[in-house]
Design a protein around this ligand. Sequence first.
Ligand code: PGA
Length: 254
Amino acid sequence: MRKTLIAGNWKMNLDWDEAMTLFANLVKLEAENHINVEVAVFPPSTYLRHFYELKKGRNSGLGIGAQDCSAHESGAYTGETAASMIASVGAQYILVGHSERREYHNESNHSLSDKVIQALKYGLSPVFCCGEKLEDRENENQTFVIDNQLDSTIFNLSEEDFSKVIIAYEPVWAIGTGKTASPEQAQEMHSFIRGLVQSRYGHDVAEKCRILYGGSMKPSNAKELLSQPDVDGGLIGGASLSIKEFAQIIDSSV
Ligand code: PGA
């Protein structure tokens, strides 16, 4: 049985006070037993250490992760943060290959593979994002695009390493647009992805692999999306910035 993961991708939002309030509210929600699934947040990485301390002090099981890491080990890469550094401040996850990084920072399959390797080397679970653009979907190329994004990156990993990876399917046309994939579209793609995992790593690995859906998930559509058999959680952007909406999504997943 795969454990549902509800993850909040805060992107470049929330100043220190706002971020602390939101995280403290989540910890409170958890302490009041309102959280029955795995929940993680991906704040700007400057906040991670403080979140870690707060978590530790309250015995919280909330997960924390960074939104990106360097493809390099260390050295003269101004502005970058190494996976080892992210691990050393207490994070457990790293988002790799979010479409905004692919689009605005020209991240290639090659550099994404290196990022995944760095993350795994330091004990972090990569949440590897894939997703097709609108034109790919309009041309019915979506499965080809996803196959390519996975085949040239995480499918090069050993079975042991691959089993630490979480996949997030995020159709680019649904991110931040208010347009969501229908539950049928999401299920169809998630089941396609699980089939790819099965042909590469076999049935048992595929059955254990968690595949999250991301792209305008909100309280009004979360229940239907999350009840699809191959949707194992959500990667939520906009709606994760409001404690009320995020809590409603967490509730819908039980
Ligand atoms: P959204 O973002 O929920 O605001 O569409 C999702 C994401 O980018 O991970």
